[in-house]
Design a binder for this molecule. Structure first.
Ligand SMILES: [Mg+2]
Length: 305
């Protein structure tokens, strides 16, 4: 792939609260024939993963998305590992009726209880990022099930443990890492009731639509802590799915103190399709050469695939 004519705009943006162990989000915007795409693989990712992120950025920048079948999608609010009272306040302020709560730390259960107390009708999801042992997951989910969970996302990490857990608890399970990292598209339905699909890690909107078909489960389109340019790609996938997806995990724009473009934030719990968002940020001091090298290496992998 020829990167010659493309412009690169690296960014390093502060987050409002620590998320996924990060206090800032780094990445690089890439220009194309129609607009811009976002390349934001995390620092420790392998070049094969980078290649999929690059494919997603190029697809967006060159305007290669399919036509949408809807213009708006429901999203969940995201509640990070904050104090229970803060969690309830964030959930209520979001305007969303589906709330995803990070658990796994000692305050996790109290956080879920506080949100449930504040919002008796809301659909609640928890995400453990594969952090529990099978035995602990059984114990925790038995307790959490009294709050009426829509699903628990990857309480355990491995495919085998997810299959075993599913037989032991009543709470529906969602697969994220099994799809994003392990790429178990063809048998994930044995291990989960819901598929969490992230557009950039899967290689773009069209790839995501194919994976959705392959996994054969209800789908939640979710963000990879994208800035609002990357979020637009995720919204596009959710708008193109033939079946309306469950509330999407795309309320993450609110986690950014600064953004790459006009922040894409839920209005009344929904996000709408954005055609070609334009970058709108000042110099962030991010290292252009680092991103050039990474993008070039990813482009070489893409060219071979
Ligand atoms: Mg997850």
């Amino acid at each position: 792939m020829n990167l010659g004519d493309r412009r690169l705009l690296p960014f390093r943006l502060d987050l409002v609260t620590q998320f996924r162990g990060l206090t800032e989000r780094r990445g690089c915007l890439i220009s194309g024939s129609r607009g811009w795409g976002e390349f934001g693989p995390f620092a420790d990712y392998h070049v094969d993963a980078d290649a999929r992120w690059l494919a997603s950025a190029i697809e967006q920048a060159d305007g290669l998305w399919p036509q949408p079948v809807r213009r708006k999608v429901a999203v969940n609010a995201i509640v990070p590992a904050v104090e229970p009272a803060v969690a309830a306040g964030m959930a209520m302020a979001s305007g969303c009726t589906t709330i995803k709560i990070k658990v796994g730390d000692p305050a996790g259960r109290d956080r879920v209880a506080a949100v449930r107390d504040a919002m008796p009708e809301a659909a609640l999801r928890v995400d453990v990022n594969g952090g529990w042992s099978l035995a602990r997951a059984v114990e925790e989910l038995e307790e959490l099930s009294s709050f009426g969970l829509e699903y628990a996302e990857q309480p355990v990490r491995s495919f085998e443990d997810m299959v075993a857990l599913r037989a032991l608890v009543d709470v529906p399970l969602a697969a994220d890492e099994l799809i994003r990292i392990d790429r178990r598209f063809d048998d994930v339905a044995l291990a989960a009731d819901v598929a969490v699909l992230k557009v950039a890690p899967l290689g773009g909107v069209r790839q995501t639509l194919q994976v959705a078909q392959r996994v054969g489960l209800p789908v939640v389109i979710s963000s990879a802590l994208d800035t609002s340019i990357g979020l637009a790609a995720a919204v596009a996938a959710a708008c193109c799915l033939p079946e309306r997806p469950l509330a999407c995990g795309l309320g993450t724009g609110a986690l950014f103190a600064r953004d790459t473009t006009d922040p894409l934030l839920p209005v009344a719990g929904e996000l709408g399709w954005v055609d070609y968002p334009t970058p709108d940020f000042v110099e962030t001091g991010e290292d252009l050469d680092y991103w050039k090298r990474r993008i070039q290496a990813a482009a070489e992998v893409l060219a071979r695939s």
